[in-house]
Write a protein that binds this ligand. Structure first.
Ligand SMILES: Cc1cc2nc3c(=O)[nH]c(=O)nc-3n(C[C@H](O)[C@H](O)[C@H](O)COP(=O)(O)OP(=O)(O)OC[C@H]3O[C@@H](n4cnc5c(N)ncnc54)[C@H](O)[C@@H]3O)c2cc1C
Length: 279
């Protein structure tokens, strides 16, 4: 199918993009990598009358090292993110996660920010930014604001971003500990049926502190706080605690009970992997 007709604008500044967005009201959509938006247009799931192409906004592009961690512009391509030395040093969880996103051709166009705003519950990057405690910088007609990643994702394709706002960048504190990342998908490149993103700090041969975020199980990426707190004491207690942290929902791939089971299995596997590496 072909997309419905729309007008197209390519602003050169963030202010111009914000003005176009405000003028367009609910009828305008931002176009970043187009890897989620264009299929949605072609399938007629969305019918915006105006597409605002933000690919010319240099301010939204690039990765830079900051004293506390790394700043990643919303327009940074997923492939660039995955290949970045700065990201590998400061937030290796992202480096590990990127190859699990779709396929190379999609990662060459798809952007970091597009994935966050799309907020697919089974996507890798939203879970990673929650696990890394990122702050998301947002520009809008009322100025700039920052939202913690843990408060940004509200539900399926739903975020704290208002219709007249643009995601500018993420500020990510330097990652602590070692990376925990595993996902189960039907095929390489598919969205996850269940996934785990996080980190663990090791001491005396076991995990002294951890942050565990699950994706693909619930309506959004979920920080498993009770399980994270229980993990230093007991892996079995942490797996049991997932009953309190997660509210799995069935999808075309698996029942809610299956997703709950897979979350526990992922946690067990991730810990075994970390301990094997540490040994
Ligand atoms: C076959 C296929 C398989 C895929 N598999 C995976 C996968 O396994 N894991 C995964 O995570 N993703 C997957 N994706 C999605 C891919 O990662 C997309 O690139 C991503 O979800 C959207 O990024 P984009 O830059 O293409 O955004 P676009 O498609 O351009 O935009 C997506 C949405 O975000 C909004 N938006 C984009 N940028 C901004 C911004 N800076 N501020 C405000 N709003 C913005 C747009 O208006 C739109 O509503 C897959 C896509 C395809 C086609």
């Amino acid at each position: 199918m072909k997309a419905p007709p729309f007008r197209y604008a390519r602003p050169r500044t963030l202010d111009a993009a914000l003005q176009l967005l405000a003028k367009g009201g609910g009828e305008a959509r931002l176009l970043a990598g187009g890897q989620s938006l264009v299929p949605a247009l072609n399938m007629r799931l969305l019918e915006p009358t105006l597409l605002i192409d933000i690919n010319g906004l240099d301010e939204l592009n690039g990765i830079s090292e900051s004293r506390s961690g790394v700043r990643i512009g919303a327009l940074t391509r997923q492939a660039v993110l995955g290949a970045s030395d700065i990201v590998a040093r400061r937030a290796p969880l992202l480096t590990t996660a990127v190859p699990f996103i779709a396929h190379e051709a999609i990662r060459n166009r798809g952007t970091f920010g597009g994935s966050l705003v799309q907020a697919d519950p089974a996507a890798e990057l939203p879970a990673c930014v929650v696990a890394l405690d990122a702050q998301l910088e947002i520009a809008g007609p009322r100025g700039r604001r920052c939202v913690a990643a843990r408060d940004f994702f509200k539900g399926v394709y739903e975020t704290a971003l208002a219709r007249d706002e643009i995601l500018v960048a993420a500020e990510i504190p330097a990652q602590r500990g070692v990376t925990l990342f595993l996902e189960l998908a039907r095929r390489q490149g598919d969205y996850a049926i269940a996934g785990l993103a996080g980190w663990a700090a090791l001491q005396h041969g076991w995990i002294a502190e951890a942050r565990l975020v699950f994706f693909g199980t619930d309506i959004r990426a979920v920080e498993a706080k009770t399980a994270s707190a229980a993990l230093p004491t007991s892996l079995e207690a942490a797996i049991a605690a997932l009953d309190r942290d997660l509210m799995p929902v069935a999808d075309i791939n698996a029942s809610a009970a299956m997703k709950r089971h897979l979350a526990g299995a992922l946690l067990r596997r991730a810990c075994a992997k970390v301990m094997a590496r540490a040994a």
